[in-house]
Design a protein around this ligand. Structure first.
Ligand code: JB3
Length: 217
């Protein structure tokens, strides 16, 4: 049975691309929001697809199957990239966009998202996250558990705001940048593309593309 055939047997739900810890968190959020998982794609035999409570309601397939991706291989179902590694995510995202598939966004019901915020496609917002007024979260970004994205922030494509990170008002975070666990970014600071902000870092000033910041920057 092809992945497409398997997914066609599920009438609703979202296809999760990845089956590790992050995929489990996303799946929990989906289920909490009363939505369903159409299937997982992952190469590991012991991935989340074997987790009690999830098995039976979703279809496991290999991530490698996406190598031969066509517009039909996800059976027209919305998908969400659920790998934590930003480079792996970027590869899948580019491939799926080329196939013009639709990305879904998942927001945990216990997240607080301002009516004035904008959330693009393929975004995950975890439990306890806060996204305040006029913030914009672009495609495939992750706002992880308990992260705070203050008013007027711009989170670019495939950026990851890790659990417990706090961004003051008007902060900009570039494409493919990781803002690590529990870090703090002062209001108005711009962080470039492809940056890494280490866990617990306090960012006081702008960070250029590709830079790494640790401690107090
Ligand atoms: O810190 C938090 C809250 N979450 C982390 C998340 C953001 O990133 C989490 O703790 C992990 O560090 C990571 O979550 P992820 O990506 O789900 O990691 P892991 O649980 O290790 O699962 C990775 C899955 O990706 C595995 O099931 C692999 O089979 C699959 N995979 C497929 N292709 C691959 C590859 N993994 C790697 N490393 N490389 C591949 O090419």
């Amino acid at each position: 049975m092809t992945p497409s055939d398997a997914l066609n047997q599920c009438d609703t739900g979202i296809s999760l691309l990845g089956g590790g810890g992050h995929a489990l968190v996303v799946a929990d959020s989906l289920l909490s929001a009363g939505r369903s998982v159409a299937g997982f794609f992952d190469d590991a035999d012991d991935a989340a697809i074997g987790t009690p409570g999830l098995s039976g309601q979703c279809v496991p397939s290999k991530l490698g199957d996406l190598e031969s991706l066509t517009a039909r291989s996800l059976a027209g179902k919305p998908w969400l990239v659920c790998l934590g590694d930003l480079k792996l995510r970027r590869g899948l995202i580019d491939r799926l966009y080329a196939a013009e598939e639709d990305a879904a966004s998942v927001v945990h019901p216990n997240a607080i998202v301002s009516e004035q915020a904008v959330i693009a496609g393929g975004v995950f917002v975890g439990p306890g996250a806060v996204i305040n007024a006029r913030a914009r979260v672009l495609d495939h970004a992750i706002i992880n558990s308990g992260a705070i994205v203050e008013h007027d922030c711009l989170i670019a494509e495939n950026a990851h705001i890790a659990p417990g990170a706090v961004l003051g008002g008007n902060v900009k975070v570039g494409n493919d940048t990781l803002v690590g666990l529990g870090s703090r970014v002062l209001p108005g600071v711009s962080i470039g593309r492809g940056c890494t902000v280490g866990a617990g870092t306090v960012v006081l000033k702008d960070l250029p593309d590709g830079a790494t910041a640790v401690g107090v920057w």
